[in-house]
Design a protein around this ligand. Structure first.
Ligand SMILES: *Cc1c(COP(=O)(O)O)cnc(C)c1O
Length: 402
């Protein structure tokens, strides 16, 4: 008889046979047990027919990867501990000293900061292009360009670019395209199938998704994914993923698997409420511009319409307001502080509505002509009743009136 401490570790356990439930089982492992030395030597960590180490996947992470591929229309998926880590993984896998990356000027802020920090320090240059001007992108692609980022819609200003055209330009120059697909979430449009003119071969090479947002839906999990359709490209990204040791916790994967099934319903609800509020804001005093891609007149509305009309037609739950420059920063801050249901906080996709004031002049290389001058405030609409959110906005707007 072995000692109890040994028995407790080697206690036999077999996952139940003949058991089925709506949710997949959750398997946690750093260590994976091999039945023999031969099996240990044979198993290839890149090959998904077997398991080698927790960092390289478990049955639980494989299920999430497969579901995300189904969601976005890709074939391979990598999971990372945050959306930003997913962005960094793409950069580190595809860029080396002497290369250049092109980033839209309205991109997610930390993505720009990565280029200005680590990438620059390692001799990788970057340029910011005007996402609303395909000729500007074409002009900036040079012999050193290896990667072009696309974001639709832009994080804070929500312009919707001509995604198929940007991809066509990159294809023409043989440059890899990576889309930050967090806003579209795989629901507003299909990143690998941007079929708007009968050209079914046009699609991005890589789709990055901050699962922190709509897939999580709770404001409580950080995770990111990198999805591809090309095995060779996936392996390039996966080697970097392995060498950097990006791991994710099984509890977080479990939360994601649970939340993912309700995402289409939640996305639709966020979308409906955001459109209603954006429309209402258009008629309020003190606001010079409402930014929301589904709103006629909002920058890139036509592009949104042509890309998203064939899919579910979604437009996420974000909108931004530009307040009249006659107000002081303190007045606009006071408006944000006066909101009761919209809480001050970063990120989006959770049940609670959020608000953040941004100083656009520090975020863009130039103030784009399609944006009115003024103070920008971005709203992330949660799952509250829209009438309550409108009343909240109405009360806070009242403090701006003389
Ligand atoms: C939030 C976000 C990210 C980063 O995701 P984290 O999980 O917070 O690191 C990247 N891109 C966009 C567009 C985002 O909104």
């Amino acid at each position: 008889m072995r000692d109890l401490s040994t028995e407790l570790i080697h206690h036999p356990y077999t996952p139940p046979k003949g058991f089925a439930a709506p949710q997949p089982g959750v398997f946690k492992a750093s260590t994976v047990i091999f039945p023999s030395v031969a099996a240990m030597r044979q198993r290839e960590w890149k090959d998904k027919t077997g398991y080698t180490y927790g960092l390289h996947g478990t049955p639980t992470t494989y299920v999430l990867e497969e579901r995300l591929c189904t969601l976005e229309g890709g074939r391979q998926c990598l999971l990372l501990p945050s959306g930003l880590a997913a962005i960094a993984n793409v950069a580190l896998a595809l860029l080396k000293t002497g290369d250049e990356v092109l980033i839209p000027d309205n991109a997610y802020g930390p993505s720009k900061t990565l280029a200005e920090g680590e990438l620059k320090a390692w001799g990788i240059s970057h340029q910011f292009y005007d996402p609303m001007s395909p000729p500007d992108l074409a002009r900036k692609i040079g012999p050193k360009t290896r990667l072009v980022w696309i974001e639709a819609a832009g994080s804070v200003t929500l312009e919707f670019p001509d995604v198929p055209e940007l991809v066509r330009i990159c294809r023409h120059h043989g440059v890899i395209t990576a889309l930050d697909n967090t806003w579209g979430a795989g629901l507003a449009f299909k990143p690998f199938d941007l079929d708007t003119s009968g050209d079914s071969t046009i699609g991005v090479d890589i789709s990055v998704h901050a699962l922190t947002k709509y897939p999580s839906g709770g404001g409580d999990v950080l995770m990111g994914s990198v999805i591809t359709r090309d095995e060779a490209l996936h392996i390039r990204l996966k080697l970097t993923h392995m060498r950097l040791g990006f791991g994710i916790g099984a509890n977080d994967v479990e939360t994601l698997l649970r939340a993912l099934s309700s995402m289409p319903l939640r996305y639709e609800s966020h979308d409906r409420s955001a459109r209603a509020l954006a429309l209402w804001c258009q008629n309020q005093a003190g606001i010079v511009q409402v930014l929301h891609p589904a709103l006629p007149g909002s920058p890139g509305h036509d592009h949104w319409q042509s890309l998203c009309k064939n899919a579910a037609g979604g437009a996420a739950g974000l909108f931004s307001l530009i307040f009249d420059p006659k107000f002081t920063v303190a007045q606009v801050d006071a408006f944000c502080d006066a909101l009761r249901l919209f809480k001050l906080g970063y990120s989006w996709g959770g049940p609670m509505s959020l608000v953040v004031p941004y100083d656009l002049s520090t975020m863009r290389t130039v103030w784009p002509t399609h944006l009115k001058r003024g103070h920008l405030v971005r709203f992330s609409v949660g799952l509250e009743t829209v009438a309550d959110l409108q009343a909240d906005l109405e009360l806070a707007l009242a403090i701006l009136q003389p």
